[in-house]
Write a protein that binds this ligand. Structure first.
Ligand SMILES: Cc1cc2nc3c(=O)[nH]c(=O)nc-3n(C[C@H](O)[C@H](O)[C@H](O)COP(=O)(O)OP(=O)(O)OC[C@H]3O[C@@H](n4cnc5c(N)ncnc54)[C@H](O)[C@@H]3O)c2cc1C
Length: 655
């Protein structure tokens, strides 16, 4: 083994002592230019050492970690600044969670001017500052608002497609939402930005997540390591690095630090958002902003009929929680704990009170449940049409968490038996609540009288409502130039962050009433990071990317085939995780042939994943009589899960 460097930061990353080591001023690694392109690198400095088999070295001006909305914006801007750019992406496709975004916030764009929409920028900022009790970063809001109109023009020049519709996004406070088309950023943003970046010479390394930053003895960033799917490492030597890895919605430790009381109670929608950027920033000495995090957070009822709403999926919190202030909530002790109108003004707020508790349950009568459906803003759900599905959900009750009964006593008994709640406390809470409804006065929590509707119309419903965290906002502390800063506010030279990794415009609560803000921040912070990185790099820039060593692509080692032997007639089922949720595939074998395939899933997007399976993969497998059919472009993860499930079904049939 060729030991070429000592990197205390890398070791500390593995042992959890990174910040302490960096803070203590321990010696960092040698300059990246001294390393060879193909070697094994072992890092020492504590009892544990990290060995990396570095097979290739790339040398560029700037390395961007993450190819989502902010990373793509940073990449295009960096190339336009004349920098040599490498983008590292954890997954096999670009776009990140950003493929689901429906539009972008802006003030005074040409589209707004053409539509005669006038908004006073200061009004937006004062709204945000008031809403956050002045915890929001006012200067970053100022920068964002001032740049937002021009950013729309820039995006259009990059080929991004807007429908031309600008509105208040289903009842927000301002007409700032610039809509993409119905297939969202998946069709209208990511492909154009990726192509523009490639045309400008940006080099993408896919399936190649950044793992550790490289710093020189002064603490300046000199590059980043990334790991290929086969376990080999590449070293990217860069004068600046932008962390744009999409937040930490999958990182239990960080979520708990951000205030989630019990992360087992969190329903996740996106995988891969492990907080890599936040971890790397902190290992390099960056300060944490996690305690001020917010995000796209909602209450949900898994599997309840509710139609589709992006990755919130079926039975989402929009149906039953934030827009249904007339339900009654209790916690894991069976006690009512807040006014259920918490999400009336801002549906991102309905989950906040639950953070103080371990579990949240919601109780409805038939009228209130129906009103919840009827009152939903988007999409409109037909109550009558969902009745059969609702009953099926309750009858099958796959998670043992959704009950209905004709009396409140029977309902409470069923729920308490299943969920180990105290019956006397639950029934006492319900009766007290109903008494307050009779009086039209929530003497405990002051819920407005209009929402104090007595639970009196059978059947009654009782649902567990897990918290749902789709995306987190915030984590890495940055200054106005998007430089990562330490606890004293001092910038770490060469280290930048963009997108939700460092979003500090919505501390503690996301203000959906100013619609499209996060995406506007993704774009603006990406552009800012690259502009200021270009200024920092100055005349040192080389304007190109060079590489040496084994630069072969990182590709998944997956293939599909039919098992040997005859297939026995029957129906076989297998479940695999797709892009956003489990996909259950059922294969029917008749006469030794695959004759029918059906799929069920909770959260795959209709316009990408479901369309890929229904329109392409199912017919292709039946025609070819093998799961070894082509991937549907843009739906790689759904395609992989589907083919694996089909193969497993066929293996059951062959055994
Ligand atoms: C379904 C959905 C709809 C939304 N709609 C809107 C909307 O309409 N308007 C709005 O303002 N906001 C919206 N948001 C919120 C927000 O704008 C998005 O979450 C946005 O994607 C954030 O951009 P990002 O670049 O920070 O992260 P992402 O777009 O998620 O990109 C992060 C990328 O980093 C990659 N990555 C992770 N770890 C590593 C690593 N170690 N190395 C390299 N790469 C890594 C990921 O694979 C991913 O590709 C929506 C979010 C979702 C999920």
């Amino acid at each position: 083994m060729d030991i070429t460097r000592r990197n205390f930061l890398g070791i500390a990353g593995a042992t959890g002592i990174a910040a302490a080591a960096a803070g203590a001023g321990l010696v960092g690694c040698a300059p990246a230019s001294q390393s060879s392109s193909s070697n094994s690198e072992s890092q020492e400095g504590s009892s544990q050492s990290v060995t990396r088999n570095v097979v290739a070295t790339y040398t560029c001006d700037i390395c961007i970690c993450g190819a989502g909305n902010s990373g793509l914006s940073a990449a295009v801007e960096a190339a336009q600044q004349g920098l040599g750019v490498v983008v590292l992406e954890k997954h096999g496709g670009t776009g990140g969670g950003g493929i689901g975004t429906e539009g972008v916030f802006a003030v005074n764009s040409t589209m707004q001017q053409e539509a005669g929409i006038q908004i006073e920028p200061a009004e937006i900022i004062s709204t945000e500052m008031n809403y956050s009790h002045n915890r929001a970063n006012g200067l970053k809001w100022l920068d964002l608002v001032q740049a937002s109109g021009e950013n729309i023009t820039w995006l259009k020049e990059c080929g991004v497609n807007f429908t031309g519709v600008v509105d208040d996004y289903h009842g927000g406070q301002f007409e700032t939402f610039h809509w993409f088309g119905e297939n969202r950023a998946h069709d209208d943003f990511s492909p154009a930005m990726t192509q523009t970046a490639k045309d400008a010479g940006v080099q993408f390394l896919m399936n190649c997540p950044a793992t550790d930053l490289i710093q020189d003895e002064s603490g300046a960033i000199t590059g980043v390591y990334a790991q290929k799917l086969n376990g080999d490492y590449v070293q990217v030597n860069a004068k600046a690095v932008v962390l744009a890895t999409g937040g930490f919605a999958n990182n239990d430790e960080y979520l708990q630090e951000g205030g989630f009381s019990d992360t087992t109670n969190v329903k996740r929608f996106l995988y891969g958002y492990d907080g890599d950027g936040v971890r790397m920033a902190m290992e390099a000495g960056g300060a944490s902003n996690i305690p001020r995090m917010s995000g796209l957070m909602q209450l949900t009822v898994s599997g309840a009929p509710g139609g589709e709403y992006g990755t919130f999926g079926r039975g989402d919190g929009l149906v039953v929680a934030g827009h249904n202030a007339a339900s009654m909530w209790i916690n894991e002790d069976g006690e009512r704990f807040c006014a259920e109108s918490a999400g009336v003004e801002n549906w991102m707020a309905d989950m906040i009170p639950s953070l103080m508790h371990q579990k949240l349950y919601s109780i409805y009568d038939a009228k209130i449940f129906k009103d919840a459906y009827d009152g939903m803003i988007a999409p409109r759900i037909d109550w009558e049409a969902t009745q059969e599905e609702l009953q099926q959900r309750i009858d099958e009750n796959p998670y043992n968490d959704f009950f209905s009964a004709d009396t409140l006593e029977e309902l409470a008994q069923k729920a308490c038996d299943a969920l180990e709640l105290d019956y006397d406390t639950v029934i006492e809470s319900i009766n007290t609540y109903n008494d307050m409804c009779d009086a039209g006065d929530d003497a405990y929590f002051g819920k407005p009288a209009e929402y104090m509707q007595k639970l009196e119309n059978p059947p009654f419903y009782f649902c567990y409502m897990p918290q749902a965290c789709m995306v987190t906002f915030g984590g890495i502390r940055t200054n106005r130039k998007m430089e990562v800063v330490d606890k004293t506010g001092k910038a770490i030279p060469g280290l930048y962050s963009a997108g939700v990794d460092s979003a500090d415009l919505w501390p503690n609560i996301y203000t959906i009433n100013v619609p499209g803000g996060t995406n506007a921040n993704n774009i603006n912070s990406g552009r800012f990071a690259s502009k200021f990185a270009a200024e920092y790099i100055g005349t040192e820039k080389v304007g190109s990317v060079s590489s040496e060593g084994d630069t072969s692509e990182s590709v998944p080692d997956t293939s599909w085939s039919m098992p040997e032997g005859e297939l026995k007639d029957g129906t076989y089922t297998d479940t695999q995780f797709g892009m956003f949720s489990d996909i259950t595939v059922t294969v029917t074998i008749s006469g030794g042939k695959i004759t029918e395939i059906t799929q069920e899933n909770e959260l795959e997007t209709s316009y990408v994943g479901v369309a890929a399976m229904e329109n392409t993969l199912i017919p292709a497998v039946i025609e070819a009589q093998t799961p070894a059919v082509d991937t549907v472009a843009g739906a790689t993860r759904t395609s992989d899960a589907f083919r694996t499930a089909v193969q497993n079904c066929c293996e059951q049939a062959a055994s």
